[in-house]
Design a binder for this molecule. Sequence first.
Ligand SMILES: [Zn+2]
Length: 439
Amino acid sequence: MDLPNHHVSPARSAAARPVETFTRLFGSLLLFVYHCFDRVVINGYLSGLSRPGQVVHFFQKVVGEPVIGKEVLSRRTNYQKSVESFASNHGIGLEWAEPKVRKEDYVRPALRRMERAGRHGVYFILKSMEQGQTFRSAVPRFATGDPNYRILARQRSRFTHSYFYIRDVMDLMFECAARWELFNDRRNPIQIVRIKDSTKRRPRPTVLTVTEYDAILALLKEPYRTMVIVAQCLGLRVSEIAALQWDDFDFEKNLLLVQRSFVSGHVDDVKTEYSRDYVPLHESLVEILLAWSKDALTTKVGWVFASALTNKPYHPTEIQNRHIRPAACCLVECPKCGAGVGVWCRQDQLTPNGKRLQVHEERRTLAGQYASIGWHTFRHTYRSWLDETGAPMKVRQELMRHAPIQTTMNVYGQAMASSKREANGKVVGMVLKPVRASA
Ligand SMILES: [Zn+2]
């Protein structure tokens, strides 16, 4: 590394503004080169390309594709191939990640080898089949003015993710900077790097009040209504709700075993080993579930919420977009038609299919954050209401199923089971007030 001496001025102010100093010293050596648009680039720098409208613009105006159909979206770059040849050309390990093995531990020997050799660069690549965001394209059900018009919607699907483990040159430069006492911050330096326009904070998740939840629920019809009640009483992920089967319930012990998820049409084990766990069922919720079991569609597999069209679980995103969000928009009055809170818009004419209960665009705008709530809102709300119960952190963690499972039937386990039931009961009390009041 050849650094002109006059750049090194170990002034006192250097410690106060380490990044500025660092940039002044090494800025000319830093260069980002994009060989392809991978997700790091898209999510970090071109975040616009994660929005449907921008994707349409990109394909139509930049790539020159008038119709963004399935073929366009499923067209692949040679990214996977490039990764493979990159690995073999450089003698870098490329393997599927083993489940339940910490990735960092697995690749550490390769990092050590690189450190000993005093080299930098990619030292290992792990592949992993995971969920991520993709887009799907649909032809509108009813003809529009533009025959090329396609509805582009986000969806979650599973595809191969490549994780690059890199010992980069920044590492060497920071060591050097530390030696010159220009940089003595103990944090990981990347934490203090800001990239313009890429550090927008995620908005705080919307959490519903009891009144707001009630108003939304009142506008939903079955089976969405019962699905939302389950979501709010148990804080399950929607993929877990969609995958529920009657055999998962033990109505004698009032327990539910969460063990499956349904994602993009595929049944799978739940997200993490922690998520597979028993959750307590409040008796008011049991009543509701038993009542629902009489109306529910009977399927061979025993799905709790199956669509009559497919005999399979519903697609939760559709329910979210067509029912939950419009209902949430009704938390504000409609400035267009004057429909009050908790009342659907007065529509001059039915939507073409005569089914969709739409709200006026003006109301959607006015609804702000409520217009973009989703299934996860009920989980956030559950967590928030759970916090209000004052239950110990450990109990709340277990009910969210983030923490390791207590499988042992020791005294602690027993106490935990009853604490969990008690804390959950308080939340269910908020969700199902009418039932409690009439009980
Ligand atoms: Zn309206």
